[in-house]
Design a protein around this ligand. Structure first.
Ligand code: NAD
Ligand code: DAU
Length: 351
């Protein structure tokens, strides 16, 4: 049987790469991009595939349960790949309830629609929940997150994602719903909204604005090119074990300050500026409250069982990412006007 897949959050950063991959690689599937188009959703991200015959866009909010259930019926949905979320940690500190609504209640609405529409046939349908390594909390200087690391979320964002993971698992255990969860590390690449570290700093360097490094810049993240995350989702969606979870990561840890210095060096080269110009913009600011020290994913399970590994090195991925932002200044200008300005000013009011 061919599939009719709802991909939620398909107009966002990661979702747009997942939608493109599925639309191009699986012409026999119907791909329904379900997105509310919040500040983070942008149909510009999908211009190249919007007229593909197997692609449909539905503007809908996952908080609207009647609309969601109607869309399941209208498209005879066979599977879900769920990425829609409030995704930015700093925003979750300013406004935790928005994260509870979208990330927890929105996920439960989708689970209920799946439970109703797939009743009696759960084994032949899959709910793929896209989650984060942040649910595991923080590491010290050593060690890795594995699939059996206990959950210990520290921010309102990660608590809401942990809650959503638990609901997905509970619907599998209680009702028998077919599901799989992926917990991925930090992504970077084209279409990344410039509130997150890498695109924010690229944008600020272009405009000679300060680069606000939180605390001493000692925090460590494990970075993965977004197209490799989309490939991992494809792999797990099709071949992952039912009722199970897979960690996804780049085996690519960077201390923030080292990453920022590398980015500054590459930006100087690409913009033809004197070495050191961008680094001079670094400004240490008050730390993020509850700032997790270190994330590091052990991605050996997805590698050994399913054969997935990253396809690009960090240097290649970062260089491609910078080139994309330098060639897409209109995209950057459009998303950094209006509401973004208000957010950015509030964010730094007391730093
Ligand atoms: P994003 O913020 O770029 O995009 C989120 C998308 O969801 C947007 O298109 C937005 O319009 C949509 N959306 C938000 N609320 C909605 C609602 N109520 N109804 C329908 N659509 C709604 O996020 P992202 O960085 O692409 O992350 C996608 C998913 O991957 C999230 O679930 C996130 O937790 C997870 N994740 C992200 C990363 C990362 O590094 N960015 C890493 C691991 C996991
Ligand atoms: O680990 C996966 C997670 O990665 C995802 O689940 C989240 O959706 C995604 O936003 C990301 O969370 P982080 O908080 O790690 O990403 P962010 O880009 O916001 O920050 C990366 C690091 O850089 C973090 O240690 C905080 C720091 N930082 C961030 C910003 C925006 C700064 O020092 N200055 C900044 O201005």
């Amino acid at each position: 049987m061919s599939k009719s897949i709802i991909i939620t959050g398909g107009a966002g950063f990661i979702g747009s790469h997942v939608v493109r991959l599925f639309v191009n690689n699986y012409p026999e599937y119907k791909i329904i991009n379900l997105d509310a188009l919040t500040y983070a959703g942008n149909l510009e991200n999908l211009r190249d595939i919007e007229s593909a015959p197997n692609y449909v866009f539905e503007k809908a909010d996952i908080l609207d349960k009647d609309v969601i259930e109607a869309l399941f019926k209208k498209h005879e949905v066979t599977d879900v790949i769920h990425l829609a979320a409030e995704s930015h940690v700093d925003r979750s500190i300013l406004s935790p309830l928005d994260f509870v609504y979208t990330n927890i209640i929105g996920t439960v609405n989708l689970l209920n629609a799946a439970k109703e529409c797939w009743k009696g046939d759960y084994a032949n349908h899959r709910f793929h929940h896209v989650s984060t390594d942040e649910v595991f909390g923080t590491l010290g200087d050593t060690g890795f997150f594995t699939e059996t690391t206990p959950y210990s979320p520290n921010s309102p964002y990660s608590a809401s994602k942990a809650g959503s993971d638990h609901f997905v698992r509970a619907y599998g255990e209680t009702y028998g719903l077919g599901y799989v969860i992926t917990n991925c590390s930090n992504n970077y690449g084209p279409n990344h909204f410039p509130e997150k570290l890498i695109p924010l700093f690229i944008n600020n360097i272009i405009h000679n604005k300060p680069l606000p490094v939180y605390g001493k810049g000692d925090n460590t993240r494990d970075w993965l090119f977004v197209i490799d995350h989309a490939r991992a989702i494809d792999t797990v969606f099709h071949n992952g074990k039912n009722h199970d979870s897979y960690n996804v990561g780049g085996f690519n840890e960077w201390k923030n300050i080292d990453l920022v210095k590398l980015l500054c060096k590459l930006m100087d080269e690409k913009l033809g500026r004197t070495p050191g110009t961008s680094e001079a913009l670094i400004s240490y600011v008050k730390d993020r409250p509850g700032h997790d020290l270190r994330y590091a994913i052990d991605a050996s399970r997805i590698n050994k069982e399913l054969g997935w590994k990253p396809s690009v090195t960090f240097e290649e991925g970062l260089s491609k990412t910078i080139d994309w932002y330098l060639s897409n200044e209109t995209w950057l200008k459009n998303v950094t006007s209006g509401a973004y300005q208000n957010y950015y000013e509030t964010q730094y009011a007391d730093r």
